[in-house]
Design a binder for this molecule. Structure first.
Ligand code: FES
Length: 575
């Protein structure tokens, strides 16, 4: 590694000399028609684009990148667009989460290895936001995020429907005989009416709100619909701003402080955000060197009321959230609980950014004195079933099930669950607790969103709408129910979850933050001695590296060797 040329920008180590290497760097860039003055020492801005037709949520990103470029040029920078591995939640198998860390490696190495002084991250679908921010955090250049924005509201037979949330409802309606297959298929095109990501407060919208509350986007970024002209305006302004950030040397580490992460955790409660934010924020914090733990999530989220009446916890969708004033209204309402003085990418404080925010619909964005729900935070549960923690989202759960004791019905894989769940001989009733094993980071692999297991058909037909479910998996941010997730350690590494058997009694006590398996220590030891680890789904390749190095859910599911910031020093020459 060599130092950046004295007094100059990092990119001048490539473009600023008179030798053969500088000739090579400039000459080949000129094959795109680049003029000489692009190399005169102006900031080179990388636009990291996760466009892909296989990531439909990010399918409009070429247009957004053009708007960012306009802004960069207006501010006197040199924009260079580059691709990063794109992660489409709706298509990738076995789960997009398996590839979040791989994409982050791509982003980190692409930024560091290239003549880039500042970065715009184009993010949208669930995993693209954390993957890009994790990669950028490990480099720590001036960085700004632009979200692609949510789809317009779904509309089916004159009624609003939400991405994901209504898929789960429709699917159960079909299984219970309340909806025909023809109508089920008709709803597909009614749900996804425009470009953009899921328009419920699922993981994509949550992560868009998380990056805005972390201070790494321009204000108002999260909620602008993908097809609204103001999304392109936001892109252009983002392009202008990153050039200023390079001149000010406003690096990511100056914005991503402990206080910023604390703010994001509190805002996650206020928006009724996705449980997936837990593993993503833990992983991002790990990259930038901020020590955030599950205990912080529980402590900071414990008394945070949910202000937003959005699916899956409520009734409205992201479009209404935008029309009501968007995230700046929530942040302004929550300022008394937040670190309002933290620095953001605007160069101003978080409080300054939202000073003009106004609420235009109090039924969509409630006030602190009259919240939508009393508890929006994530509760962290510990006990002999989850020694390192498990989580539940109380605002999406059934209040009557939050204190519950029930008999375990155990599925040792998702295939085992699918084979048994509609078997009329399965011994299960509304008080039973469904337990799913081997779906964690190593077990699936990739900790798939299968934790919100559908209920047995025979109970759906009886009108049962929710049951306690426990697993080491995640669930979609668009899902709901009394679902305990992220049990750590996971079953596939021999965590206590692996030792649960049909008929065991389990106690869930959300108020007491307890998850207890009512089996004696002696019996658990006997079962542990007989336990063997499941065979991995695949040997060799990325998946083997992943399962060897992936951390547990309480540590953010990053790869152990990726944790930390490795900086932006200019690598040695290539020729
Ligand atoms: Fe992309 Fe939901 S599938 S955000």
């Amino acid at each position: 590694m060599t130092d950046t040329k004295k007094g100059g920008l990092r990119s001048q180590a490539w473009f600023g000399g008179d030798d053969k290497d500088s000739f090579i760097h400039r000459s080949w860039m000129k094959n795109q028609g680049t003029p000489n003055d692009a190399f005169d020492g102006r900031p080179v801005i990388g636009i990291c684009n996760t466009w892909s037709e296989l990531t439909p949520c990010n399918g409009h990103f070429r247009e957004l990148a053009e708007a960012v470029k306009r802004g960069v040029l207006e501010a006197g920078g040199f924009p260079v667009e580059f691709p990063a591995m794109s992660l489409g939640e709706s298509n990738l198998r076995p789960t997009a989460m398996l590839f979040r860390n791989l994409a982050s490696m791509d982003v980190e190495e692409s930024i560091r290895a290239n003549p880039i002084d500042g970065v715009v991250l184009l993010t949208g679908c669930d995993k693209t936001t954390p993957a890009l921010l994790m990669g950028a955090a490990s480099v720590d250049l001036p960085t700004i995020v632009l979200s692609g924005g949510p789809m317009l509201n779904g509309n089916y037979r004159g009624k609003p429907i939400g991405s994901g949330t209504d898929v789960w409802k429709f699917s159960e309606d079909v299984r219970a005989g309340r909806m025909s297959i023809a109508n089920f298929k008709q709803a597909e095109s009614c749900m996804s009416r425009s470009t953009g990501h899921c328009m419920t407060m699922g993981t994509a919208s949550t992560m868009a709100c998380m990056v805005e509350s972390l201070g790494v986007t321009l204000p108002g970024n999260a909620a602008i619909p993908a097809v609204d002209a103001r999304r392109k305006l936001q892109a252009q302004l983002t392009g202008r701003r990153i050039v200023g950030m390079v001149h000010e040397d406003l690096k990511l580490s100056k914005v991503l402080t402990r206080e910023a992460f604390e703010n994001a955790i509190i805002v996650n409660g206020a928006i009724g955000g996705s449980t997936n934010a837990v593993v993503h924020l833990l992983a991002i914090a790990g990259r930038i060197g901020v020590d955030i733990t599950l205990a912080d999530w529980d402590r900071l989220g414990r008394d945070v009321p949910c202000l937003l009446n959005l699916m899956p916890s409520g009734q409205y969708l992201m479009e209404e959230f935008y029309y009501a004033g968007g995230l700046p209204v929530v942040i302004k309402e929550m300022l008394g609980k937040l670190h309002g003085d933290i620095l953001t990418v605007t160069g101003r404080s978080l409080a300054d950014n939202v000073v003009d925010a106004e609420n235009f619909n109090a039924d969509v964005i409630h006030s602190l004195p009259m919240p939508f729900k009393d508890n929006g935070g994530i509760a962290v549960l510990k006990g002999n079933l989850s020694p390192r923690g498990a989580i539940i989202k109380p605002s999406a759960a059934t209040p009557a099930l939050m204190q519950h004791r029930g008999r375990a019905v155990v599925f040792n894989s998702i295939e085992h669950y699918k084979a048994r769940i509609d078997d009329t001989a399965l011994e299960i009733d509304a008080d039973s607790i469904m337990v799913l094993q081997n779906c964690g980071p190593k077990g699936y692999p990739g900790m798939a969103e299968v934790g919100n297991m559908g209920l047995p058909k025979k109970l759906l037909e009886q009108g049962v709408r929710d049951m306690v479910r426990i697993s080491d998996a995640r669930m979609s941010g668009t899902a709901y129910g009394t679902v305990v997730l992220h049990v750590a350690p996971e079953a596939a590494v021999g965590g206590p979850l692996a030792l649960v058997r049909d008929g065991d009694m389990i106690e869930l006590d959300v108020a007491g933050r307890r998850l207890h398996l009512d089996v004696s220590d002696e019996e658990l030891e006997r079962r542990r001695a007989a336990w063997t680890a499941p065979e991995p789904a695949m040997r060799g390749g990325y998946q083997e590296m992943y399962t060897k190095h992936v951390l547990q859910a309480d540590q953010g599911v990053d790869l152990d060797f990726l944790v930390g910031c490795r900086g932006s020093a200019v690598p040695r020459e290539s020729h």
